[in-house]
Design a protein around this ligand. Structure first.
Ligand code: PLP
Length: 375
């Protein structure tokens, strides 16, 4: 729906396909819990889209990461390598299961984990790698998978921002041993709140299913060998997911068109770094349209964001690096570590309205506002 107040929110989802019809079916049939038929349908459709056998639908992307990490049975002292520049969910999932997150810096142009730094961080305690596809471009997965194979490491691929994106022709989320998705409303497919784990490995799939459902046992239901969680997705959420997934290709094309329009409108703004349009392994899908302000502009990100807000343009800052998170510093993690590219992106980057409901005139207005704020 167009926003009549004129404010352009940073994200607005599109829900005008079969969402209403499928939700009505849930209510009419009484299937509203996780037992309903849309859950399995959504799991199968997502798994098929990624070219994998199993999908395990859960309550959100963070929960999917936690279950995926927990499924690896890590011991205290075991290490998982992940980017310093990402959402807290990634490192939190590692910390919560008692293992140790180990960070690598990001590439200053793709903003993704710098795969060239991973080898130097591998130790005898390394058990897994967690690449995270950020802001629309995927991590260079081929050399990462090769390292994983050489060292016998599991790969948990966080593809929350890369639903439908590919890396060298392979679907993101289907390259690692476990792929993780989020269906928060700013993701390419939304269920309101929701997440999924994708894998080809029947044992890992079974383990994730068990962890999702309190580790109830088939034979003696209320006798527990292990502690799980209740991470079950409802049929209502899955109904939305099925309807959304039907339109994924259209959504991806729209995301790319939004990104291309911003690129054209902002290409000649001095001191403004725009997203990289492509790498040898992927075309940017512009999950969000991020910009990085050069230090020479003499304007901080909070100032720019505040001025854009006054112009009626919603924005969000970039992620804050893991080694600078107060909660992790208090735990004694990442002491004295520096990841200069992640630190700079966190201070100089933010993103513009990029939701699927965004109209072309909104993009023109947002770009014009940014241009005048920086002039
Ligand atoms: C959104 C997101 C998550 C977390 O998903 P939620 O559903 O919000 O819990 C995890 N990783 C990345 C990269 C994300 O963008």
């Amino acid at each position: 729906m167009p926003d009549t107040s004129g404010f352009i929110p940073v994200n607005e989802p599109l829900l005008d396909g079969n969402e209403h019809r499928y939700l009505a079916q849930c209510i009419k049939t009484g299937w509203i819990s996780s037992e309903g038929p849309f859950v399995e349908r959504f799991e199968q459709a997502m798994a098929a889209r990624v070219g994998k056998r199993f999908g395990i639908a859960v309550t959100n992307g963070t929960a999917a990461l936690e279950a995926a990490v927990a499924a690896l049975n890590l011991a205290p002292g075991d290490e998982v390598i992940l980017p310093a520049f990402t959402i807290i969910s990634c490192a939190a999932a590692v910390v919560r299961c008692g293992a140790t997150p180990v960070l690598v810096d990001c590439d200053p142009l793709t903003w993704n984990m710098d795969v060239a730094q991973v080898a130097a961080r591998i130790t005898p305690r390394t058990r897994a790698l967690m690449p995270v596809h950020l802001y629309g471009l995927p991590v260079d997965m081929a050399p990462l998978m090769e390292l994983a194979q050489q060292h016998g490491l599991a790969v948990i691929e966080d593809a929350a921002e890369a639903i439908g994106q590919t890396c060298a022709g392979k679907p993101c989320g289907g390259i690692g041993h476990l792929g993780v998705f989020s269906f928060y409303p700013n993701k390419h497919v939304t269920t309101g709140e929701g997440g999924m784990i994708i894998t080809d490995d029947p044992d890992l799939a079974e383990r994730c299913r068990s962890l999702r459902n309190l580790c109830f046992q088939p034979g003696r239901r209320f006798v527990h060998e292990e502690l799980g969680w209740n991470l079950r997705m409802t049929n209502l959420q899955a109904a939305l997911g099925v309807a959304q997934l039907e339109r994924l290709d259209e959504f991806l094309a729209r995301k790319r068109a939004i990104g291309a329009r911003y690129q054209r409108l902002l290409a000649d703004v001095p001191g403004l770094q725009l997203p990289q349009a492509a790498t040898p392994w992927a075309d940017n899908v512009y999950w969000v349209f991020g910009v990085v302000l050069d230090e020479t502009l003499g304007l901080t990100v909070p100032e720019a964001m505040q001025r854009l807000h006054r112009e009626g343009i919603g924005t969000r800052p970039f992620f804050w690096p893991m080694h600078e998170q107060p909660v992790f510093m208090r735990m004694g993690l990442f002491r004295e570590e520096r990841h200069p590219h992640a630190e700079r992106l966190a201070r100089r980057g933010f993103y513009l309205p990029s939701g699927l409901a965004l109209r072309d005139e909104h993009i023109e207005r947002a770009a014009a506002a940014l241009r005048s704020v920086l002039a």
